[in-house]
Design a binder for this molecule. Structure first.
Ligand code: SIN
Ligand code: CO
Length: 402
């Protein structure tokens, strides 16, 4: 019997188990959803979360959009003209809420708010390695971002007011040139629904869609990144080049003892091309390199993420005393992944030893260690030292419950 992943927000619903029927997926199990819909076709789910409340109020969302480390965009469609501005926005820089046809998009709300983080955790039947963030959009009547497509899998959860969604699986994804945002030149909707609070629409990448607010509304987008082959190749090659080498050894140099004098100095020597070709053909990698690249790359916080280390950190002894009583949890911003050999926390890799493997994997899956579990582990001084280091960096928080 698999154990259910906990989350660090006591009392809040958790992600369903793979074979658990859940209203979140329209009375399907995650296994059925993943088999039939994930990356394949859209699914409308009425009352995925009945009685839902917006994780943030309108004013709380506006206050978030005012912060430097929060990514926000304002999209207006006044007098039939699309315009885009990037935040931060002081609340009085936003258009009046009585004015029609504007929308504020705030990315990464899960990084800043426990309620949003808990909502996102309900989708942890999908691997964390695929998770991107929870975005909240606020729109006034008629507001939206235009018909477009995304390269993401997304769950569009209506949390306040109503939004009319139109979607289509068109092949022609040509964008309107000269606009500040991605709007399709031709949109051919095939289906249309009005979503009310608690309703949710799942869209795989590249499905054309357009959501227009009917009155004031708020929508949460739980997005899953699908890095392109191009991005992965570039990042992987960089990772390979940086792969640890013997730091004391002299770096291997290109050598050309057979170079002859030339009369055309600007011409690229064919010897150079051949030799560099041979050096590149020698580059090799294995499954370990791929896993270590993915773990580090996918656990890297986004560029705008700033951790908040404690102002007056407890020393290690007091820290241990505190978690003996109340446990610990990963900070909302921390990404902790693992494979069979290593763990990856916020872009840094560490190798498991026989002791660390079990508790670290548990901490990563549950995002918390309860006090009673910690008490069984605390004899391991390397563990307490590591946790204390993460606590001082603001990567973990004392107290298992937020
Ligand atoms: C929105 O919530 O306004 C836009 C979300 C999307 O279409 O991806
Ligand atoms: Co979209």
């Amino acid at each position: 019997m698999p154990t259910r992943p906990l989350d660090a927000t006591a009392g809040r619903p958790k992600a369903p188990l793979p074979d658990e029927v859940t209203p979140l997926l329209g009375n399907r199990t995650p296994a059925q959803f993943m088999r039939r819909y994930w990356q394949k076709k859209p699914l409308l789910i009425r009352q995925a979360i009945p009685d839902i409340e917006a994780p943030l109020t309108r004013d709380e969302l506006f206050n978030l959009a005012d912060l430097d480390d929060v990514e926000s965009r304002l999209i207006t469609h006044f007098r039939k003209t699309w315009a885009l501005e990037h935040g931060p926005f002081a609340p009085d820089e936003l258009p009046p809420v009585k004015k029609r046809e504007w929308t504020l998009l705030v990315q990464g709300v899960n990084l800043h708010d426990d309620r949003a983080h808990a909502l996102m955790n309900r989708f942890r039947f999908i691997p964390d390695a695929r998770l991107d963030d929870l975005m909240i959009s606020y729109a006034t009547d008629g507001g939206g971002v235009g018909a477009h497509f995304d390269s993401y899998d997304v769950f569009l959860l209506q949390v306040h007011g109503k939004r009319r969604w139109r979607i289509g699986a068109q092949r022609d994804l040509t964008l309107n040139p000269g606009l500040p945002l991605k709007v399709l030149q031709h949109f051919e909707p095939e289906e249309e629904w009005v979503l009310e609070p608690g309703d949710m629409l799942y869209l795989p990448p590249h499905i054309a869609h357009d959501g227009v607010a009917e009155g004031e509304c708020m929508t949460c987008s739980i997005g899953f990144r699908a890095p392109s082959a191009r991005e992965l190749t570039g990042q992987f090659l960089y990772h390979l080049a940086e792969r640890s080498t013997d730091a004391d050894a002299a770096p291997a140099l290109y050598r050309d003892p057979k170079q002859e004098p030339v009369a055309h100095p600007a011409q690229l020597p064919s010897l150079l091309v051949d030799r560099v070709g041979a050096i590149l053909a020698d580059v090799s990698w294995n499954e370990k390199d791929v896993a270590s690249f993915l773990g580090s790359y996918l656990s890297e916080p986004k560029a705008n993420v700033v951790f908040d280390p404690p102002n007056r950190p407890l020393n290690e002894q007091k820290f241990v005393g505190r978690i003996q009583k109340s446990g610990l949890r990963l900070d909302r911003k921390t990404i902790l992944l693992y494979d069979k050999r290593s763990y990856f926390i916020n872009g840094e890799a560490g190798i498991f030893d026989s002791k660390t493997k079990k508790w670290l994997a548990e901490l990563a899956d549950n995002r918390l260690l309860e006090a009673k579990r910690f008490v069984t582990l605390e004899d391991d001084s390397s563990m307490t030292a590591l946790l204390h280091e993460w606590y001082r960096a603001g990567w973990i928080q004392v107290d298992a419950c937020a």
